[in-house]
Design a protein around this ligand. Structure first.
Ligand SMILES: NC(=O)c1ccc[n+]([C@@H]2O[C@H](COP(=O)([O-])OP(=O)(O)OC[C@H]3O[C@@H](n4cnc5c(N)ncnc54)[C@H](O)[C@@H]3O)[C@@H](O)[C@H]2O)c1
Length: 247
């Protein structure tokens, strides 16, 4: 018996990076996986899980579109009868100082990284309320907590995700729904592909552990918050950052 035996987990952004590591780990722990992503690369993750004896489906979805997210949750219930866990990991990066950030670029990032998390929470909670049970983990960031040069819309969105998480947590605390955030430091995923070697080194040096994290290390924190082992934990922002925010 795994730590998530027979639980149904919807994972947005499950086609790559942190979301993919969560999908793999949760499947090994016995969960049925619904991967929502706007990229078809999620099909490979589903094939891999099914090939190793797990259960998984892919629902194409743009988390910034309300109708997509509504349909995602309906298809998850149609596939596996319920939704026990939501991991909201879909997101994009943007490096741009405020005076050079166009309103369109700002809006695009906010739509995906903040509104997408709101919509995913909203429609997962609608199902979770029926069973008075559920666990949500929103992927925020250290950059929702501390400043960094040239991070504008991304910082605003992640700050929003961190505090949205607290408010949603206290709203549904008596209804069996726990809502927490994981705030990773820099993690080796395709999200960072635009960084030059020099930019990578600057970021590595900011972590007291002297390295970036691995997606699997973030997935372990998500597993704790999604499982019954964290049954008295809600509204928390859990930093998985090699000491970055402890300084
Ligand atoms: N990698 C890091 O250093 C780091 C650090 C802190 C927080 N995060 C956060 O972790 C989350 C996952 O990032 P990652 O590093 O795994 O990146 P990634 O690029 O490897 O994965 C992101 C996934 O989200 C999907 N996605 C993007 N926009 C989408 C949309 N509108 N609808 C549906 N799916 C969409 C992508 O297709 C991709 O599969 C993001 O929210 C990111 O902000 C990452």
């Amino acid at each position: 018996m795994g730590r998530l035996s027979n639980r149904v987990a919807v994972i947005t952004g499950g086609g790559s990076g942190i979301g993919r590591a969560v999908a793999r780990l949760f499947s090994r722990e016995g969960a049925k996986i619904v991967i929502a992503d706007r990229s078809d690369q999620a099909v490979q993750v589903v094939d891999e899980i099914v090939g190793s004896g797990g259960q998984a489906v892919f629902v194409p979805c743009d988390v910034s579109r309300e109708k997509d997210v509504q349909r995602l949750m309906s298809e998850a219930v149609a596939a596996f009868d319920t939704i026990d866990i939501l991991i909201a990991s879909a997101g994009i990066d943007q490096i741009s100082p405020a005076h050079e950030t166009s309103l369109d670029d700002w809006q695009k990032l906010i739509d995906i990284n903040l509104t997408g998390v709101f919509l995913s929470n909203k429609y997962a909670i609608a199902h979770m309320l029926q069973q008075q049970n559920g666990a949500i983990v929103n992927i925020s960031s250290i950059l929702g907590q501390v400043g960094q040069p040239d991070i504008t819309a991304y910082a605003a969105a992640k700050g929003g995700v961190s505090n949205l998480t607290r408010s949603i947590a206290v709203t549904y605390a008596k209804q069996g729904i726990r809502v927490n955030a994981v705030c990773p430091g820099y993690i080796e995923t395709p999200l960072l592909k635009e960084l030059t070697d020099e930019m990578v080194q600057v970021r590595v040096n900011k972590h007291p552990m002297g390295r970036m994290g691995r997606p699997e290390e973030v997935a372990q924190a998500c597993l704790y918050l999604a499982s019954d082992e964290s049954s008295f934990v809600t509204g928390v922002n859990l930093f998985v950052d090699g000491g970055y925010t402890a300084q």
